[in-house]
Design a protein around this ligand. Sequence first.
Ligand code: CA
Length: 314
Amino acid sequence: MMTNMKMIIDCDTGVDDALAISYILSNPDIEFLGVTTTYGNISVDTSVRNSLSLVELFNRKEVRVYKGAEHSWKSKEYIRGGTIPGCHGYNGIGDVDLGEPEGKAEDISAVDFIIDSARRYGKDLHLVFVGPLTNLADCLKKDQEAIMSVGDITIMGGALTVMGNRNIYGECNIVCDPEAANYVFSSPIHLNIVPLDATLKTMFRVSDIREWRSINEKGEKLFEIARYYYVNEYNDEEVGGAMHDPLAAFASYDPSIITNWFECNLTVEDTGRTIGSFEELNLPEKRHKVALDVDAERFTETYIRLVTELIRNS
Ligand code: CA
């Protein structure tokens, strides 16, 4: 496919974020510029730590980690949701111990790194946001023109035809900071949006990845991180866990994995509900492409093949 593609992923590094980072590390066609971090599944400091531990696990210290927002626009501090440990563990990565990372966050902020990279790489840069949208909104406030120049912006978030996973209307990333999300959705940038509608169709089961455990210690660690999530999200290994964040990263690289992109102009309500903007319903120009369906079989096969190679060869 494209050979000059560079990617930055913005994570609240929990389990599916870790699986998304693993995917980007595994794809030889993508130049992985860095991980920017935010609060969400865990505090931003834990997100930094988990992101460093992951790139170090796969011997990829050249992928730098940048610290971003500590809390949402409206709140004064980060308060962790009480149900989150059941999904992501107390440490965000399924309570698997990856040891103390050797590296630390870079001196420049997540926002400045994203803007600098956008100015430097323009169309070659793909930005993927798989946590609350606070960092993206802060980037737009600071330098919208730079962000408008990148090749692709894909987010994991929202719910259109299914119920939310944080409240009945809202998906977790959007609910964490609906004001920032609405700022992003109202801005002129074009967004590819990967909501629950698509990600809930990518259920991986423990049996899909059991092989990782027997390859080596890295495989065992990644398996244990993933297993915690699959077992805990729906309390049933055989139901599996939705690959929310990995699907967004995958779709940024290969949008054809999404078999139904619905074009519209969305807005975000205070509840975190993502819904068509009434005022913009009849505008001919649509800013948002929303993933409603996915080739789950090809996604699963490709993801597992690439990440298995990463475990073997890194
Ligand atoms: Ca996430």
